[in-house]
Ligand binder design. Sequence first.
Ligand code: FAD
Length: 155
Amino acid sequence: MDDRTFRNAMGKFATGVTVITSKVGDEVHGMTANAFMSVSLHPKLITVSIDNRANMLDKIKESNQFAVNILTEDQKDMSMHFAGQTKDKKQIDFGFLHEIPILKESLVSVVCDVDTFYEVGDHTLFIGKVIDIAQTEGQPLTFYCGKYGINEVVS
Ligand code: FAD
C-alpha cells in the first residue's frame, strides 16, 4: 500500500484539533496535533502521538510535562499557527495551570506529567498522567480529510 492511500484512509477518521504545549526553562513551545485520545479512567491517562522529527519531542522529554489544549471553532488560526502554516510571528499570551503552559480560551486544557513514552515507528506516543483540567464553553474545531470542518468534503 502506498503512503497516500494510508494517509487518505486515516484522514477519514474525523477528529478534533489540539495544540500541545510544554515549557523548558522559561521557553514555551506549542504544536498542533490531532493524534490525541483518552486512555484510562483509573488512573486518568491520555496519549498524544508526536512525529520523531518534531521540535516538540525533546521539549516534552526534557520538561516531563505537557498540556493538551482542545481547540474551539474560533481557534483555527491557532491550529494553523502551531502547525507552522502561517508566516507571521505571533506573540502568544499563554496561561498557566500548575505551572504548565496552556492556550487560553481553549475548550479544554488537560495538564499532565509524562507517565511513560514509547517510540513506535516514526512517531512517539507520550502517555500523560492527568494532573488537572480547565474548561470553557464553545463548539469544537474539527478536522476531516485534511480540512477543517466535517461538512466541507464531498466524496
Ligand atoms: P515548530 O514547527 O517548531 O513550531 C510550530 C509553529 O508553532 C511554528 O510556527 C512556531 O513559530 C510556533 N510556535 C511554537 N512555540 C511558540 C511560542 N511559544 N510562541 C509563538 N509561536 C510558537 N504532528 C504530529 O506529530 N502529530 C499530530 O498528531 C499532528 N496532528 C496535526 C493535525 C493538524 C490538523 C495539523 C494541521 C498538523 C498536525 N501535525 C501533527 C503536524 C505538526 O503540527 C507540524 O508538523 C508542526 O510544525 C511540528 O511541530 P514542531 O514541534 O516541529 O514545531
